[in-house]
Ligand binder design. Structure first.
Ligand code: PEP
Length: 249
């Protein structure tokens, strides 16, 4: 049985006041006990989020990291720094990193390895563009992104990842994949993982991301291969995010 994971991705949004508001709202046992919850906040809020959410079950994470351990890389943040500031998860390969910051599969793999080396859990994001979907290349693109990372890891490393399927055309657009569309791709990813190891495939949580909201989360999460959500916009409002977490419970 895979415990659902709902992870909020604040992107370059939020404030210290919002961190405090989440801390207050979640402190009183509001979150379901059978759901893991994480918040991926901007770097400067990591420590404050750790303090504000310290009495809750919420895990704090980051949204990207450097592929280098240290050195003359102005503006970059290493995995060790994230860990020291309280992050336990980190998004890798989010489509905004791939498209806006030119991170290709090799860059994504290097960041996964950097995260693993510091015992951070990489949440590997994969997904196709609208053009790729319309050209019926969804599976080839998504499985290619999965294999680019999983091929290069050993058995114990593979088991330490989370995978998020995020169709690029559904991120921040209000256009959600239908539960059936999402399930087809999730099942394909699980099938791909089974080629490495059946136990890996059976245990791996596959999150859906792309305009997940309080009113569509339940039907997405009811799909057999959807084990949680990566939530952007709706993770910036306490009540909306709480409702999504509750629908996973
Ligand atoms: C995301 O940023 O990962 C995401 C899924 O965003 P949204 O929920 O706003 O589509």
């Amino acid at each position: 049985m895979r415990m659902p994971l709902i992870a909020g991705n604040w992107k370059m949004n939020g404030s210290l006041a919002l961190v405090e508001a989440f801390g207050r709202a979640f402190a009183d046992g509001a979150l379901p006990v059978n759901v893991e919850v994480a918040l991926m906040v901007p770097f400067p809020f990591l420590e404050a989020a750790g303090r504000a959410l310290g009495e809750t079950s919420v895990t704090v994470g980051a949204q990207t990291l450097s592929d280098r351990p240290s050195g003359a890389f102005t503006g970059e943040v290493s995995a060790a720094m994230l860990r020291e500031c309280g992050a336990r998860l980190v998004l890798v390969g989010h489509s905004e990193r791939r498209t806006l910051f030119g991170e290709d599969d090799a860059a994504v793999l290097a960041r996964v390895k950097a995260a693993l080396a510091e015992r951070l859990t990489p949440v590997l994001c994969v997904g196709e563009t609208l053009e790729e979907r319309e050209a019926e290349r969804t599976e080839a693109v998504v499985l290619g992104q999965v294999e680019a990372v999983f091929d290069a890891l050993d058995e114990s490393e593979r088991a330490r990842l989370e995978v998020a399927y995020e169709p690029v055309w559904a991120i921040g657009t209000g256009r959600t994949a239908s539960p059936e569309q999402a399930q087809v791709v999730h099942a394909a990813i699980r099938g791909c993982l089974a080629r490495y190891d059946q136990a890996l495939a059976g245990g791996m949580r596959l999150l859906y991301g792309g305009s997940m909201k309080a009113d569509n989360a339940a039907e997405l999460l009811a799909q057999p291969d959807i084990d949680g959500g990566l939530v952007g916009g709706a993770s910036l409002k306490v009540d909306d995010f709480l409702a999504i977490c509750q629908s996973a419970g």
